[in-house]
Design a protein around this ligand. Structure first.
Ligand code: URA
Length: 213
């Protein structure tokens, strides 16, 4: 394997080891699956990074982001954008599954503002190592996280979906491309076509960017 690629992998592994310890120390502070954290996965030389909110139960079980139902949804999204999953790097803002009790079982919950803030430093470092030219945020949580990291006003997905913004992160210039979270189409069917159109735009920008290399 190429030395630079190996180096990124080793640096990420170190970061993830430290995060695993931090997450274990949070047991009892936040309700979540602190025993089964899920870290970034994919191509360490990716030009495009996808950022989700936090793992769900399938991800915690398998130990990779966007597997199971959410993974199938992401695969559909990539297909619509004509992008191969092997080309991208995928991570989440929060690396453990945030949970809440419901009548019969534990379900997922949206991470709190504090949990999001605590995830920012690791996310910033993942971006600094992978150095993507384009970052696709999936839903409001990663959009807020990216706005905070880039030091710009926090945006809402309904206002800015598919509107690319150039952001600067520690000397790296990247295009932030906000997308709806794939699960949002379950609650609002009208978003299915919106997301589909947004993905076609993402695919076009990504293809142009790849041709410039
Ligand atoms: N939803 C996310 O935001 N991230 C995952 O990894 C899975 C589902």
């Amino acid at each position: 394997m190429e030395a630079a690629y190996q180096n990124i992998e080793n640096e990420l592994k170190k970061l993830y080891r430290d995060e695993k310890e931090r997450i274990a120390s949070l047991a009892g502070t936040y309700l979540g699956d602190m025993d089964n954290p899920v870290f970034g996965d994919g191509n360490f030389h990716a030009r495009l990074m996808f950022i989700g909110e936090a793992p769900g139960s399938d991800e915690a079980l398998i130990g990779k982001p966007f597997v199971g139902k959410a993974g199938m949804q992401l695969d559909e999204m990539l297909k619509a954008a004509q992008i191969d999953r092997s080309e991208v790097f995928i991570t989440n803002v929060v690396k453990y599954r945030p949970m809440k009790p419901t009548s019969r079982r534990m379900s997922n919950r949206t991470p709190s503002a504090r949990e999001i803030r605590e995830g920012l430093e690791l996310l910033r470092r993942e971006i600094a190592l992978v150095r993507p030219s384009m970052i696709a945020s999936l839903g409001n949580t990663p959009l807020a996280a990216m706005s905070l990291i880039a030091g710009i006003d926090v945006m809402k997905i309904g206002d800015v979906h598919a509107a690319p913004t150039v952001i600067e992160i520690g000397g790296l210039s990247a295009i932030l491309f906000p997308l709806y979270h794939p699960a949002s189409t379950i609650y609002n069917r009208e978003l299915t076509q919106v997301l589909q159109d947004d993905l076609v735009s993402l695919g076009k920008i990504y293809t142009q960017m790849r041709m410039k290399i």
